[in-house]
Write a protein that binds this ligand. Structure first.
Ligand code: FES
Ligand code: FES
Length: 152
């Protein structure tokens, strides 16, 4: 599998979810397991640039695809992705458990063209739950990052 630009040769049971492969076999624990059945969005990653719930995807389905996790967002010089910086700037988290999934989903939401308004963002981010209810700050962060990503 290609994960964050690196190739990993993994021998996995074919029932292993992408989420478990990332966390338990590759050691990338930034992607979180909330519900493990497609309800919370904590496990969201990008596959070939599109957001996917990694708990609902088998690892073997993603052979040959490019998987991006939250660990793969920062640049080589460690500068943060605009979405990561926007979450910090807007204090868009409390416990932080949902945050990697929120960030990955937010990047997908913008690239899909679904971040035109606050209402759009709320609708298209509705698959990502936050038990701490940081929603207003998450929306503000996405608006900030959207504008910065458009300028880049
Ligand atoms: S852990 Fe995948 S949606 Fe909750
Ligand atoms: S910041 Fe705690 S669940 Fe979202």
């Amino acid at each position: 599998m290609r994960i964050n630009g690196q190739v990993y040769n993994l021998g996995l049971d074919n029932r292993t979810s992408l989420l478990d492969a990332l966390r338990d076999h590759v050691g990338l624990t930034g992607t979180k397991k909330g519900c493990d059945h497609g309800q919370c969005g904590a496990c969201t990653v990008l596959i070939d640039g599109k957001r996917v719930l990694s708990c609902l995807s088998f690892a073997v389905m993603n052979e040959g695809r490019e998987v991006t996790t939250v660990e793969g967002l920062a640049s080589a010089d460690d500068s943060l992705h605009p979405m990561q910086q926007a979450f910090i700037d807007n204090d868009a988290f409390q416990c932080g458990y949902c945050t990697p999934g929120q960030i990955m989903s937010a990047i997908g939401c913008i690239s899909e063209g679904h971040a035109g308004s606050e209402d759009d963002i709320r609708e298209y981010m509705s698959g990502n739950l936050c038990r701490c209810a940081a929603y207003p700050n998450i929306v503000a962060a996405i608006l900030q990052a959207r504008d910065e990503m458009r300028r880049a």
